[in-house]
Design a protein around this ligand. Sequence first.
Ligand SMILES: C[S@@+](CC[C@H](N)C(=O)[O-])C[C@H]1O[C@@H](n2cnc3c(N)ncnc32)[C@H](O)[C@@H]1O
Length: 279
Amino acid sequence: MQKQPTTAARLAAAAKSILPNWLHAPARAAWRKVYAVCAEWPEVKLYLQLAWNRLTGRSYLRWYADTLDGWVESRDPEFLARKRAALAESGAEDLAVLKGFGLLPSSTLHEYGCGQLRSALHFVEYLDPGNFSANDASKGRIDLGLELFGSRINPRRPTFIVNADNSFDWLNGRKFDFLWCHAVFGHMPAADVEDTFANLHKAMHAKSAFFFTFDEPRLQIPDAKDEIVRIDARNWLQSIAFFDRIARKYGLVAEDVSGAIRPYESFRKHMCLARVTKA
Ligand SMILES: C[S@@+](CC[C@H](N)C(=O)[O-])C[C@H]1O[C@@H](n2cnc3c(N)ncnc32)[C@H](O)[C@@H]1O
């Protein structure tokens, strides 16, 4: 049986029959452009929103947090149960990594960008009550985490802070033995990452260690030359050279300690881990 032409093909044929020959090639090129914009529309919309934000002086972080807060996830009990199980399993590996670096129940730990409390659940259950605190730019993410794990987390007296600034002033001078920041910098523009490094000292004493994960461009794009590669509106690959350069600017040192996460499944193959200490 002969295949029926699609409506788009019929429209294209009609347009071709109306247009003079010399306009066929430019019309085809214009059509491809329109098609590409439509296919990429969700991403194009994000870039347009970002450009508008820049014009109106709204910060990238505020926009990012509002986007996350706008995600409404299902509250179907079965869906939540599946999510609870999957998140809890992967979070256990984050605790194992920090224990490998000397985390003890008596240590103090702050998590920067704790999201849905995937790892916070395990940190808080391991640490002595009151020794864990965390912040996130999205209230929606923390609220969802408390819905999933609140009955286990709340009795351990953690502190959760919702904010959209990288100043660390919201810690009111409290310093931590360990700081953890997983899958956060990859969603931040370079200026925001630098802001975080500039203020990190406010949360660190002389022996503190700040651990963060990152995606090294070279491991994903073999011929990548730049220290930072933007993947789309909300995702960047950033190299250890970039982090170490800004760390040194603020009296810190960043080193790649990725070997510590390689045995674990929840850390993607290309993900790296860095440790920042005072110089
Ligand atoms: C991919 S999620 C990772 C969440 C969590 N760290 C985990 O491992 O499951 C990124 C989180 O970082 C938060 N975030 C991104 N930039 C931030 C910033 N500058 N300050 C605080 N939170 C931030 C986002 O709101 C989001 O919840």
